[in-house]
Write a protein that binds this ligand. Structure first.
Ligand SMILES: Nc1nc2c(c(=O)[nH]1)N[C@H]1C(S)=C(S)[C@@H](COP(=O)(O)OP(=O)(O)OC[C@H]3O[C@@H](n4cnc5c(=O)[nH]c(N)nc54)[C@H](O)[C@@H]3O)O[C@H]1N2
Ligand SMILES: Nc1nc2c(c(=O)[nH]1)N[C@H]1C(S)=C(S)[C@@H](COP(=O)(O)OP(=O)(O)OC[C@H]3O[C@@H](n4cnc5c(=O)[nH]c(N)nc54)[C@H](O)[C@@H]3O)O[C@H]1N2
Ligand SMILES: [Mo]
Length: 756
């Protein structure tokens, strides 16, 4: 009955405008934009109140990204343009009431764009889409919890339940969520991390014994060289530009490795330093290497060749702290320069320049994000970056180390407190001891495995703690097929998105408080990208009196399904201190959690490679991992497509239609393309093309993408996430981490037939 629900973002007539990309990021335009966006959506007094408290010691943690706040001091305003958008979209005055939601069928809503869905406003009441109906109706909280409990008790086995987590959930909510899954009897806890930094976790854990970064924010003051690989901080981590500006101010260098020259890395004006607003801004990147998409492993192996030749090695460190150096050296020697230059698209003399700079560095930080993690060779590439850090002894000292820059504001914390489809036995033993619940030991599904299982009718209950799995996952139509097979899908969320429209046979929406809103149970806690656990206190009046906090919803589900024995769900509903005590008793590093998190700025979790160095690996040493270069060859008429974020979105939440820094306005259904490639294919700007992706014999088609000429390597294309997700094949994943290869899709294109 609901089969006509549009799984993809509908194609609309849009008047694309193309201008020159911006050269300078942030600055006065960023500040005024921040306030204008806030005023328009949330009103003047709420915006001023929120901007005063964002990222303050006693305020709320910005839900925009996981970049840390300064430890000792905070400027009057710790925010950025995109943090302001994240705030405004949550604190909006618009309301999606039961009457409004019921006024259209889900088919009708699905013809709204993602931006239009978000702009409907905050969901105010629990809602149900009944089996056979195509309109949501209001229901009571009690009835909602009862229907979940009945679905849970009807499962044939516990692994028919799947609990997804998006990385905005607090530590307290996430810990309780993991406990709920395990009381149901499953480790089926896929999370956004599976599509994000999973490759970093896998790569780093094997190499250095911890799946996290090893630098602190003030390391950026001391570093003499920072590499920014596969990351667009001007848009996605704007406050990181302040840290990079500090590196520069203290005489260090910053080098960007990216197929695109992203705005912000060229010049940056600190939005909070009014005096500097008048100047031209700080130039950030000293050099830029326009690597081919997927060419980083080759580039890093080229760099390794230079380092090994130049002798920029820390022999004491290598001898005392590591294993595997000799094998690595042999592996690097066996890769040819021709192959390196071919795959990376960077000339040998340029790689030599870069390699020498790295050889000479005494304090090197390597930062990376999705440009590295969402590739077939992601784990190998991350370990290659790690090899370079190990060879130079860049661990256990200030100003040096690995810096995977996380996305969602608490994605790192969620993993720390147990959102893990492959939990360790020691974690499960501790949980069992402290909760009285007998813990399932079988590993669970990640996001790719979940979609496969759902498609095979092996999932009957799906619950999501936030997020938008339908649109965030690869292979949109396959995800829709899977979700539609499920008996009951449940979304705990703040705003409507496509996961509320492409649903199981029955669907529930449980609306919750956002970060910025007052929670009667007290503050919650989060962990940033650098392992600092700190508090987040919402102060705004909730969007609706009906809303419950995430922990309160989870406890109510737990109580409805299992009662309060052996685990006292009721006892965790109204007081987050009690949940923190439980976390402290289960997870190492959280001692005196409640006291220490009340101190200004919170506390650092222990980190062996940073604090020692010590290595939590079987041998007690850090490990060089040797990888053969993964060579990707495609025929001349094919392209490699990457899917990236515009300046006006937060993942699947679309704030606006403009990608201001890249000069692309008013449309998101575009592909960025090199001018030479356009000439070869006889394409003009704004021409519409149809794309086909190719993977192991399977083809997926998506029509009507407008061509934008762009400074991107030949043979490479870029499109926006989530519109282009339909083209990313489910089976195309990173080796070792199973992360969809959202940055590396082989495609062919042809002119759309109605184009002239
Ligand atoms: N405003 C805003 N902030 C955000 C988000 C958001 O959507 N909006 N999302 C949050 C989340 S969850 C995350 S994970 C982060 C994402 O932050 P980013 O990783 O910066 O996000 P992407 O837009 O995916 O950009 C990836 C970058 O990698 C480059 N790239 C692509 N392929 C390659 C490659 O093969 N090699 C190299 N070297 N570079 C490549 C692209 O050109 C692009 O600059 O941001 C977080 N912060
Ligand atoms: N092609 C392609 N696909 C990608 C990526 C890519 O670069 N390219 N990036 C991947 C990455 S890095 C990530 S992290 C994932 C993101 O995947 P998700 O985390 O699943 O997606 P989001 O778009 O961040 O989720 C947005 C929704 O979260 C809900 N929400 C917002 N705030 C709250 C809150 O406080 N509580 C609750 N309960 N709900 C809330 C709202 O309903 C909102 O619509 O997407 C991945 N998908
Ligand atoms: Mo992410």
């Amino acid at each position: 009955m609901r089969k006509d629900v549009n799984a993809q973002t509908p194609i609309k007539a849009e008047k694309l405008k193309i201008r020159k990309p911006k050269r300078v990021a942030a600055g006065i335009q960023g500040v005024t934009k921040s306030f204008r966006i806030g005023f328009a959506e949330a009103g003047i007094s709420r915006t001023i109140k929120a901007m005063r408290t964002v990222n303050r010691f006693d305020g709320y943690d910005c839900p925009g990204c996981a970049w840390p706040d300064p430890d000792g001091h905070r400027s009057r305003f710790e925010f950025c343009e995109n943090g302001a958008k994240a705030f405004a979209t949550e604190a909006t005055k618009k309301r999606l009431t039961p009457a409004l939601l019921a006024s259209k069928t889900v088919q009708e809503w699905s013809n709204y764009s993602d931006m239009e869905l978000d702009k409907l406003g905050r969901i105010t009441h629990p809602m149900i889409l009944r089996n056979g109906s195509d309109r949501y109706e209001q229901l009571t909280w009690e009835d909602a919890f009862a229907s979940i409990s009945s679905a849970a008790s009807n499962l044939n086995n516990a692994n028919e339940a799947v609990l997804y987590t998006s990385g905005r959930a607090s530590n307290e909510a996430a810990f309780l969520w993991g406990t709920l899954a395990r009381q149901i009897g499953t480790n089926n806890l896929p999370d956004c991390s599976n599509m994000c930094h999973e490759s970093s976790g896998v790569g780093l854990s094997a190499a250095i014994g911890i799946g996290k970064g090893t630098v602190k924010l003030d390391c950026f003051n001391a570093a003499d060289l920072v590499l920014v690989i596969g990351q667009n901080p001007g848009t996605n981590h704007p406050r990181m530009l302040s840290a990079l500006a500090e590196t520069k101010r203290n005489g260090g260098s910053v080098i960007s490795i990216n197929p695109l020259m992203e705005t912000g890395l060229n010049r940056f004006k600190h939005p909070q330093e009014v005096i500097r607003l008048l100047g031209k801004g700080t130039p950030i990147a000293d050099d830029h290497f326009p690597v081919r998409i997927g060419g980083d492993q080759a580039l890093l192996q080229g760099i390794a060749k230079v380092i090994l030749d130049e002798g920029g090695l820390d022999w004491n460190f290598i001898d005392e702290q590591t294993l595997g150096f000799e094998e690595w050296k042999l592996q690097i020697a066996s890769t040819s320069w021709d192959e390196i230059v071919n795959q990376s698209g960077i000339q040998r003399h340029r790689i030599e320049t870069l390699g020498k700079a790295i050889s000479n560095s005494k304090r090197l930080i390597i930062c990376w994000a999705m440009g590295i993690t969402q590739h077939e060779n992601a784990v190998a590439t991350i370990q290659e970056a790690c090899n370079i850090l190990l060879a130079g002894g860049h661990f256990g000292k200030s100003g040096a180390g690995a810096c995977p820059v996380r996305g969602h504001s608490n994605v790192q914390g969620d993993r720390t407190v147990g959102i893990n489809h492959q939990p360790s036995n020691s974690f499960l033993d501790a949980c069992e001891r402290e909760t009285g619940i007998s813990m399932p030991r079988q590993p669970g599904y990640d996001t790719v495995e979940f979609v496969r299982a759902a498609r095979d009718q092996k999932v009957r209950l799906f619950m999501a703690l936030g997020g938008n799995i339908h649109s965030a996952m690869s292979d949109t139509e396959e995800v829709a097929k899977g979700l539609r097979e499920i008996d009951l899908t449940v979304q705990i969320s703040t705003k409507l998105n496509r996961s509320h429209l492409v649903t199981g046979k029955e669907a529930l929406i449980l609306p919750c408080l956002g970060r910025t809103e007052h929670d009667p149970a007290g503050f919650v806690t989060v962990e940033n990208s650098m392992g600092v656990v700190h508090s987040s206190t919402g102060k705004l009046t909730p969007a609706s009196p009906e809303l419950l906090s995430e922990p309160a919803i989870i406890c109510a589900i737990g109580r409805a399904c299992f009662g309060d024995v052996p685990f006292d769900w009721s006892g965790f509903t109204n007081n987050h201190d009690v949940t923190r005590e439980l976390i402290e008793s289960v997870i190492p590093g959280f001692n005196d959690y409640n006291e220490r998190v009340r101190e200004k700025g919170g506390f650092y979790l222990p980190n062996g490679p940073r604090d020692g160095p010590t290595w939590d690996t079987p041998s007690g040493k850090a490990i060089f991992h040797s990888h053969e270069l993964m060579v990707k060859t495609i025929s001349d008429d094919r392209f490699i497509l990457m899917t990236v974020r515009s300046h006006d979105q937060y993942n699947t939440t679309i704030y606006g239609m403009d990608d201001r820094y890249r000069g692309i306005y008013n449309s998101r259904r575009i592909i960025m393309m090199n001018r030479d490639d356009m000439d070869i294919h006889g394409l003009a700007p704004m021409d519409e093309v149809d794309l086909t992706s190719h993977h192991e014999g399977r083809e997926i088609h998506a029509e009507k993408w407008k061509v934008v000429p762009y400074d991107i390597p030949k043979g490479n294309l870029a499109a926006y996430f989530p519109e282009a997700n339909v083209l990313v094949p489910l089976d195309s994943v990173a080796k070792g981490s199973n992360t969809p290869t959202s940055k590396c899709v082989e495609v062919s294109l042809k002119l759309h037939k109605d184009s002239n």
